[in-house]
Design a protein around this ligand. Structure first.
Ligand code: URA
Length: 232
């Protein structure tokens, strides 16, 4: 197979990108820099490197991102910037979002190309707890704690929400743990109690907490420990 065809298949780069990268000396077969993109290769015989990263060993990828407001949790959108647009990674078309956030919600988004892992994170059967920090416009009172625990009937639903844990921080701030991920769930839970969410931030999913060193819009790979927390 030609080296440009191989790299095209394994990355998001086009043939013309690969030609340019080859001229810049970014492509190697083993120790040898390849400038001619028509070079024939056997990827199983010697590793191909792009910017010193081996390509061909397809390892699943896992990232956490600190989503800013105004960014869409979608893989592509004709009009708005998406969380995937914030990643500087090859083969972005393979990446999926493990649990979406609304455009105006900030915080932890997990992104992977491992479909099974994504399922573990998002399937309601796995009961993974999502931890949100919530700001509301009407004062909170302690009776809500029991209402959230017993379950709320959301607009348009026939079944109550699962038991949720609400901790009131002050009159307008609370922390909420839920194990489901219904559409606009947190906003609808507060709406069901006659309140209105004015700001929402996801702090954690299961035992994966948003890294406090990640600035809004930044991301990092998950550690093996974080990945494994959903495989167990
Ligand atoms: N619940 C919501 O209402 N919005 C989110 O973005 C996440 C959970």
């Amino acid at each position: 197979m030609r080296i440009d065809k191989f790299i095209c298949a394994m990355t998001d780069y086009s043939r013309s990108d690969i030609k340019r990268l080859a001229k810049e000396g970014a492509i190697r077969i083993g120790e040898h820099i390849v400038n001619d993109t028509s070079t024939k290769i056997d990827p199983s015989a010697s590793p191909i490197y792009l910017f010193d990263n081996p390509i061909g060993s397809i390892k699943p990828r896992f990232f956490m991102l600190n989503k800013p407001q105004g960014i869409i949790s979608a893989t592509n959108d004709g009009h708005h910037k998406t969380v995937i647009d914030l990643l500087n990674e090859p083969k972005k078309s393979k990446l999926q979002i493990a649990g979406r956030l609304d455009k105006d919600t900030t915080g932890l988004v997990l992104i992977t190309d491992d479909g099974q892992w994504n399922h573990c994170v998002t399937s309601p059967n796995h009961h993974s707890l999502k931890h949100y920090k919530v700001t509301v416009d009407k004062p909170l009172d302690d009776s809500l704690i029991q209402q959230f625990k017993s379950g709320l009937l959301l607009n348009g639903e026939t079944k109550k929400t699962r038991e949720a844990k609400l901790t009131i921080i002050d009159a307008h701030h609370a922390e909420l743990f839920i194990s489901e991920g219904k559409y606009h769930q947190v906003k609808r839970m507060f709406a069901a109690c006659g309140n209105h969410v004015t700001a929402l931030h996801r702090h954690a999913i299961g035992s994966i907490q948003l890294d406090p060193n990640l600035e809004l819009g930044n991301y990092r790979p998950l550690t093996q420990h974080e990945v494994n927390s959903f495989n167990d």
